[in-house]
Design a protein around this ligand. Sequence first.
Ligand SMILES: NC(=O)c1ccc[n+]([C@@H]2O[C@H](COP(=O)([O-])OP(=O)(O)OC[C@H]3O[C@@H](n4cnc5c(N)ncnc54)[C@H](O)[C@@H]3O)[C@@H](O)[C@H]2O)c1
Length: 373
Amino acid sequence: MREIKFGVIGCGLMGREFASAAARWMHLLDMPAKPVIVGVSDVNSSAMEWFATHHPGITTTTNYQDLLADPNIEAIYCAVPHNLHEQIYVDCIRAGKHLFAEKPFGIDLPAAQNIVEAVNQTPRVIVRCSSEFPFFPAAQRIAQMVTDGAFGQIIELKAGFCHSSDLDPNKPINWKRRAETNGEYGCMGDLGLHVLHLPLRFGFHPKNVRALLSNIFSTRPNSAGNPENCDTWDNAILCCESAQGFPMILETKRISPGDTDSWYINIFGTENSAEFSTKHPKTLRLMPYQPGGKQAWQEEDLGYQTAYPTITGHIFEFGFSDAILQMWASFIDELSGNKPKFQCATPEEALASHHLFTAALESQRTGQTVTIA
Ligand SMILES: NC(=O)c1ccc[n+]([C@@H]2O[C@H](COP(=O)([O-])OP(=O)(O)OC[C@H]3O[C@@H](n4cnc5c(N)ncnc54)[C@H](O)[C@@H]3O)[C@@H](O)[C@H]2O)c1
């Protein structure tokens, strides 16, 4: 099997998720290629120790330019704080490396625009952005239903990504809770592309937005236990009108009591409705409807019915790390020259999410509905 040599920039939470997915590549069946991590970079040397332990002989460097200068490295996975996206992504692209980027794909709209400009100037390089939840089997089924026109006329779409651990006021501050490193978007930048990936893929672009943003805790303890300014939006509710005219209610929340990591999408239509939440990871709720007929929701447990086939039997459960593996299978399939079974989020989709978040900030400032550029 062809090996695609990768460098990883940023050896934190998500860098390790990729390494774990690459390490269990044999889980996937019939893949044309596999990723092999040959070098890692992090400004914090200790963050690279885990990689060095699990990949003896791997290159470790505190200067990511060393990975970009390595001709053996074909592709980069970059998972660093948002204020570094623009510089490092553009450097990767200009160095001719395929790039698997992280959301939000730049700290703000100008940064995202500059990254997309670099992508457009370097067409031989493939750039995609991380968004794993659409690879859950039920989300894939909903995507197929949209393709098949199974909903009839769409009445409304609701989608969201809700976390809850920030309900604890004693949770220490980190870079994701500071506007300087996370961005002014706050929870929208951190969680929003996850929510928008499917609607945008369906062509359901928001035309305008009325945003309600909340900063619930304005301070959080730092590592010394002293209160520090926490200047990012905790929660966002975005009421949008889609290009098709139906309402889309999108939410990204860091303080949604009881929601550990709940990603959901609900589509209501005249002929069918569907609801899926990772709270119930194998259950798809459907309500097919015919005029005059019963309105009765059905539940179907989907099991492990994935875009990319694996060794796991179809009756077993699917989870977060499986979604990560499926997302990577899609990227590697695309790097191998194939049309992926479900394409990872594109630079254009990431840029569209920035237009929405930027309009949402203006809506919050003015209290008005803002047209999206
Ligand atoms: N797809 C997802 O589900 C998901 C989940 C969490 C985070 N993310 C995204 O992944 C990215 C990273 O988040 P994380 O949770 O892994 O953060 P993290 O804080 O766990 O890791 C970031 C790492 O980047 C390193 N770093 C900082 N500056 C660097 C530089 N100049 N060169 C190399 N390394 C540098 C840090 O030392 C740290 O080890 C962000 O864009 C975030 O939004 C995605």
